[in-house]
Design a protein around this ligand. Structure first.
Ligand SMILES: Nc1ncnc2c1ncn2[C@@H]1O[C@H](COP(=O)(O)OP(=O)(O)O)[C@@H](O)[C@H]1O
Ligand SMILES: [Mg+2]
Length: 307
């Protein structure tokens, strides 16, 4: 019997920037991705030929005006919508080539989503909500519950494990939603304005959790309107009318890796210092993992706010 080629494609091009160590393959690669809604006079091009690569350890902020295609980018990256043309690869797998079943499995196992509308299941407790994707994936209930409680602890709400969504504040619900997005070995975390409903202290904690997860090896995409949140990212992609108009924080040449102008190697941050302390406010302090040249984030890094 001839073997069927898996939907895993060799990476077809050299990586577009030199920040990643050669051993690290991108978690997300979007190549020439276009998404057109509707047709004729009402046709809307939500994304036009977007190229984007995100490596393990990287948190990339996506900014741009309303309607510029940010949410479209995230839903395509997460396999919740299909590109009109172009390719989306997650861990080298072309999403467009997967069966619906394989895509659903990849979403459950490898992808985490945090959206503005929380989508917690009202009839389930916090722990049950967080355990749900793991149980759907076949994990035994007890083990899934244990993981869920650990994920809740990671976002600082372990004590809410047995509460139902309507017994929590909006901020608490959002943290539970984030725990659910992070539970298990998620490779790619997609967050669409995850702090929209939160006060600034809670937002800072949410950012810290996202950052820590990326430092631990995940790749993250964060849509945000707030420069102080984008300041947690390694780089920022700006969208306008479905086109990436600018990107900050990435070195333009491999040489810049050696002359001190590059960003840090991806994923190195966690080993460089203590975990962030969101309660520490030290204006002007760059975060401890940022070592060389990327502290002056041109996205308007917050200069210590919320850090
Ligand atoms: N399902 C859809 N049907 C028609 N147009 C859509 C749909 N989803 C998004 N759009 C349009 O695509 C463009 C980009 O939308 P979106 O990605 O939600 O932008 P953003 O998140 O930056 O506000 C907008 O013009 C929006 O109206
Ligand atoms: Mg949006």
């Amino acid at each position: 019997m001839t073997s069927i080629a898996p939907p895993r494609m060799p990476e077809p091009e050299p990586v577009p920037h030199g920040a990643a160590p050669p051993t690290s393959a991108p978690v997300l690669r979007m190549r020439g991705v276009t998404r057109v809604h509707g047709g004729g006079a009402t046709q809307v091009v939500a994304l036009r030929g977007l190229d984007l690569v995100v490596y393990p350890g990287e948190l990339v902020a996506v900014m741009g005006p309303s309607g510029s295609g940010k949410s479209t980018l995230l839903t395509l990256a997460g396999g919740l919508d299909t590109a009109t043309s172009g390719d989306v690869f997650v861990d080298g797998t072309a999403l467009g080539r997967l069966s619906a079943k394989a895509l659903a499995a990849l979403r459950r196992r490898s992808l985490g989503y945090v959206f503005q509308d929380l989508n917690l299941v009202p009839a389930l407790t916090a722990a049950e909500n967080v355990a749900l994707p793991r149980e759907l994936d076949g994990m035994a209930t007890r083990k899934a519950h244990k993981e869920a409680v650990a994920a809740l602890a990671e976002v600082g709400v372990a004590e809410l494990a047995d509460r139902f969504p309507d017994q929590m504040s909006g901020g608490q619900q959002q943290r539970v939603a984030i725990a659910r997005a992070l539970v298990g070995p998620r490779r790619l975390v997609l967050a669409d304005e995850p702090t929209g409903a939160l006060d600034s202290a809670t937002s800072g904690e949410v950012m810290r959790v996202l950052r820590a997860r990326c430092d631990a090896g995940a790749a993250g995409l964060l849509v945000t309107h707030e420069a102080r949140h984008a300041g947690w990212a390694d780089r920022v992609v700006f969208l306008r009318d479905g086109i990436a108009v600018d990107s900050t924080g990435e070195p333009s040449t491999p040489e810049s890796l050696f002359d001190g102008t590059s960003t840090r190697p991806h994923g190195s941050r966690s080993s460089d210092g203590p975990p962030f302390d969101p309660g520490r406010t030290d204006p002007g302090r760059t975060d401890p993992g940022r070592t060389n040249g990327d502290s002056g984030d041109s996205a308007g890094a917050p200069g210590g706010a919320e850090r």
